[in-house]
Design a protein around this ligand. Structure first.
Ligand code: SF4
Length: 133
């Protein structure tokens, strides 16, 4: 498994998905490596030659998440990774993002297949609107 840190300008990206205004993918790649995964196309855009599921990029961003942009909006975590993949246990990128989002009046949608989400239940309870798929 190849791990590396990458710097990004912003965690938040405008979404083209109908269910959300913005999307946050804390990682590039996903070690769950589901055979049916539609997100493996990300290899093409991120310069990875490894097999899908054999690499993970851990995003680092110094910029604070903008309250102004996300107020009243819907934010989806995550569209091309599982934000609670096993590396989240070690790197806490998703947890640190949630700690910023919780002070913003936004709706969050979390898509994960991992029970690790339960670790953050106390943070998730503080959101006015939080859905898990
Ligand atoms: S958990 Fe989701 S993002 Fe990860 S490999 Fe499976 S389908 Fe893809």
């Amino acid at each position: 498994m190849k791990e590396k840190f990458i710097n990004v300008n912003d965690y938040v990206v405008k979404s083209k998905l109908p269910a959300s205004d913005y999307v946050i993918n804390p990682y590039v790649g996903c070690p769950h490596a589901c055979k049916y995964c539609y997100a493996s196309f990300m290899k093409r855009f991120t310069g990875h030659n490894e097999e899908w599921g054999k690499f993970i990029d851990i995003k680092i961003c110094d910029k604070a998440i903008s309250k102004k942009i996300l107020n009243g909006k819907t934010v989806f975590l995550s569209s091309v990774t599982d934000c609670y993949n096993p590396f989240e246990k070690k790197y806490l990128v998703t947890q640190n993002i949630l700690k910023q989002l919780v002070d913003i009046d936004c709706k969050i949608i979390i898509c994960t297949k991992s029970d690790l989400i339960l670790r953050d239940i106390d943070i998730l309870k503080r959101f006015n609107c939080c859905c898990k798929y």
